[in-house]
Write a protein that binds this ligand. Structure first.
Ligand code: AMP
Ligand code: FE
Ligand code: FE
Ligand code: ZN
Length: 293
């Protein structure tokens, strides 16, 4: 079976491989199609796509946008991002908010008695987008915690003593931004919504379908079989595209490998074919809308 990975991060956000090296790694593993989905950032897409062309592996330019959601974490993936200019403007707002949030987290840690500086975190990020994983790495380096997991559990997770909220678009805005870029919006890792009952999830997702959502990430390393089944059934019922990916972050997510997650994941190429059909529909809608205007 031709395997694909539709959820990955590079050094442009919080992964440890550059976009180019990520594509090379995928090619070495025999992966047929790879989507680069950096957090709130599309700057790695061109490099990844170009390397894909060079090596002969299909690379889908993507993004993962964090949206407002009070009861957990809501991430929306965007696939086949082509019209980049407006999206880039929106994302630069988020990057500014991220920068300010990072300073506040550092301040909080200082007040908790941990002497960590922006310079140390920035050095850890090595010129890439600074995120909590880099702050976590500095905490490990300083011996304040034993590993990344503990850094999040003790300090950085939502509700933790050094957590800080940052500006996020509403789900409606995030989907509009993706559609405006002629991309396909897909709900990432639905388990982070913290909704147990499939009826409740259906109500929520139906609302988002009304706002332009086109798919659900059914295959994901942290989904157990019953969750995978629930999301799959929901996708079928709501006529949504089924996608899947490992959320590969390189060394920033130990144990999760490209294409296979914790070892047994398999995402079929049919997910890419379905995304392409979704894309065709969106492009037609955009053209129709454009002509009517
Ligand atoms: P940020 O975008 O700076 O808020 O950081 C979010 C990133 O931190 C996520 O994409 C994950 O890569 C990482 N992360 C979040 N929670 C955890 C956790 N509990 N353990 C390890 N990494 C985490
Ligand atoms: Fe991440
Ligand atoms: Fe995510
Ligand atoms: Zn991700």
């Amino acid at each position: 079976m031709d395997l694909v990975d539709l959820h990955t991060h590079s050094t442009v956000s919080d992964g440890t491989l550059s976009p180019k090296d990520l594509v090379r790694y995928a090619w070495n593993k025999g992966i047929r199609a790879l989507a680069l989905t950096d957090h709130d950032n599309i700057d790695g897409n061109q490099e990844a796509v170009e390397e894909g062309v060079r090596l002969g592996i299909e690379v889908i330019p993507g993004v993962e946008i964090s949206a407002e959601y009070p009861d957990g974490t809501l991430h929306i993936l965007g696939y086949y991002i082509t019209k980049k200019d407006k999206l880039k403007n929106h994302l630069s707002q988020l990057q500014k908010a991220r920068f300010e949030r990072n300073l506040k987290i550092i301040e909080k840690l200082n007040r908790l008695g941990i002497p960590i500086t922006f310079e140390e975190v920035s050095e850890m990020a090595g010129g890439t987008q600074i995120g909590r994983p880099h702050i976590a790495q500095v905490l490990v380096k300083k011996g304040a915690v034993k590993d990344l997991d503990q850094a999040f559990h003790r300090f950085l997770k939502k509700g933790g003593p050094a957590h800080m909220n940052k500006f996020r678009p509403t789900p409606k805005q995030a989907m509009e931004w993706i559609l405006e870029a002629e991309g396909v919006p897909v709900l990432a890792h639905p388990f982070t919504l913290n909704i147990k009952q499939s009826k409740d999830l259906e109500i929520l997702i139906s609302k988002w379908v009304g706002l332009g959502l086109k798919g659900i990430e059914v295959y994901y390393p942290e989904h157990n079989l019953s969750q995978q089944e629930m999301y799959q059934n929901l996708a079928q019922k709501l006529e949504l595209i089924i996608t899947g990916g490992t959320d590969f972050h390189g060394l920033n997510k130990p144990g999760v490998d490209l294409g296979i997650g914790y070892g047994d994941m398999k995402v079929p190429y049919s997910c890419v074919e379905n995304l392409k059909r979704g894309l065709e529909k969106i492009t037609k809608e955009v053209n129709k809308y454009g002509k009517e205007k």
